[in-house]
Design a protein around this ligand. Structure first.
Ligand code: GDP
Ligand code: IMO
Ligand code: MG
Length: 443
């Protein structure tokens, strides 16, 4: 990997925001690490901010001057001047995007075709994908706990080459031809899963989609070409991952994963940018761990401590409102994430949430069938049987949300950060102590 191509330095609240030409940001755990907050923080330094996978299952929160933006599809750099792109590896629900852009416009942030580009090949999430997601989940005896946004079924259609792409949506005749072809297949599928196939003949949503196609037609772009041309001109590109490493469809905790690849390499493949162009890969890492939906979480706290962290951290899903499962920091999972992503730096978030907890437990290894493991077993079923081995740290007292430098932190917080950094083995660049943009400092 070609690294260190730092070409601009800017100060914000005493933060040195070094931008490189092409930076990829991904979640290191099970999503909701605070990617939206850190992308917003870094966005002022970038010319292009790009989503490369996932869809509106993502919920990325940006908080500026007390105002909260919950973004599902719009890249989290929307409050700055950067051009925003949605790449062809994403799955896009145009109804969600329309709602999101309308809400942003009501707040005074206009996102027009000059600001946002959507790749012509982006797969469109259709109402039947949402229907199938719901039916699929109810039919499963062991649930995944999907967001029911139709993500999995939209990706199935992409791989099966039965998708409706952005370019089809924008052309009424092509959309109708495509639907004629797909209607019998989808109706049969819905019926076979116990659903009502009449949704396929419902002109109401078809007309809504035709309207949305007209609205978004001017936004159509060639994302790979745009990024590569921008990089050729020395412009800076920030790729914003959704979900997290252990929700990755290939390397995650199958079957309890999402349907796209969420790791850094996926940015290159999904955006059509060569890996030789990557300068930095930043992992967003929560000071503890959370998970929404089903699947193994070895350090899960099913007791009052779990409730305490959930309340203190506001750990309720940004997309579905579901309570997030909370657990102690899990080093083996983070080590795997470092390997999968090749991180060059980390932003550590939500340190403030752990104030007043004594001791703070850090899972440094697992025990499985009497054997100590420093790295997660590859089989999800084995991971589910792992028993965490903990190291105790003393913790600290006091509110951290007003702290803006390392040396103002209580000793216990410095000890916690230093221990995590040395265990993880990747430099911690930013420390986040609250949801607000300004509640961040350099390690
Ligand atoms: P994402 O999906 O990775 O963008 O994360 P989410 O936005 O879904 O969830 C992170 C939540 O934590 C949001 O409500 C953020 O506003 C909030 N948050 C981010 N960083 C911090 C932090 O350092 N401290 C606290 N208390 N909250 C934070
Ligand atoms: P951000 O980008 C946390 C989880 C769901 C479920 C599994 C599959 O905000 O970090 P899906 O609807 O994708 O088929 O659901 O993945 N999941 C997320 N969990 N953060 C997310 O996104 C998630 N997106 C999907 O809860 O367990
Ligand atoms: Mg989220």
């Amino acid at each position: 990997m070609f690294m260190g191509n730092t070409n601009k330095i800017l100060l914000f609240n005493n933060l040195i925001l070094c931008s490189t030409m092409f930076t990829i940001i991904t979640g290191t755990q099970f999503g909701d690490e605070g990617k939206g907050k850190i992308v917003d923080l870094m966005a002022r330094e970038y010319d292009l901010i790009v989503r490369f996978q996932g869809g509106d299952n993502a919920g990325h929160t940006v908080v500026v001057n007390g105002k909260k933006y919950k973004l599902h599809l719009t890249p989290s750099g929307v409050l700055f001047d950067a051009r925003l792109l949605i790449g062809p590896g994403t799955v896009l629900n145009p109804q969600t995007l329309a709602r999101e852009l309308d809400t942003l416009a009501d707040d005074g942030t206009v996102v027009d075709e000059k600001k946002l580009g959507i790749d012509a090949k982006t797969s469109i999430i259709m109402p039947y994908h949402v229907e199938l997601d719901g039916l699929g989940e109810s039919a499963r005896s062991v649930k995944i706990g999907t967001t029911k946004r139709g993500i999995g079924y939209a990706y199935i259609d992409k791989v099966a080459r039965d998708e409706v792409q952005m370019a089809d949506l924008a052309d009424e005749e092509r959309l109708r031809r495509r639907l004629e072809e797909l209607t019998p297949i989808k109706a049969a599928q819905i019926q076979s899963m116990g659903g009502d196939p009449s949704i396929m003949e419902d002109e109401t949503w078809i007309r809504t989609y035709i309207e949305l196609g007209r609205r978004f037609a001017p936004f159509i772009a060639d994302v790979s070409h745009e990024i590569n041309t921008a990089l050729d001109k020395g412009k800076k590109v920030l790729a914003e991952g959704a979900q997290g490493a252990h929700l990755d469809v290939i390397h995650g905790t199958q079957k309890f994963v999402t349907s796209s690849s969420c790791i850094a390499g996926s940015a290159c493949a999904n955006l059509g940018v060569g890996p030789t162009r990557v300068d930095e890969v930043m992992g967003i890492l929560k000071a503890y761990i959370t998970r929404v939906g089903e699947g193994p979480l070895p350090t899960e706290l099913k007791d009052k401590m779990g409730d305490r962290i959930r309340e203190a951290g506001g750990e309720f899903g940004t997309t579905t409102g579901r309570p997030r499962r909370c657990g102690w920091f899990d080093l083996p999972l983070v080590k795997k994430s470092v390997a999968l992503n090749g991180y060059t730096q980390i932003a550590l978030t939500k340190l403030d949430v752990l104030s007043g907890i004594h001791p703070l437990k850090v899972c440094t290894a697992y025990e499985l069938d009497g054997v100590r493991l420093d790295y997660p077993p590859e089989s999800t079923a084995d991971l589910a049987r792992c028993v965490p081995v903990f190291e105790d740290l003393s913790g600290w007292e006091g509110d951290l949300t007003g702290i803006r430098s390392m040396d103002a932190l209580p000793d216990g917080a410095i000890e916690y950060l230093s221990r995590l950094e040395s265990l993880v083995g990747v430099p911690f660049k930013y420390i986040s102590v609250g949801p607000g943009r300004e509640q961040t400092f350099m390690k």
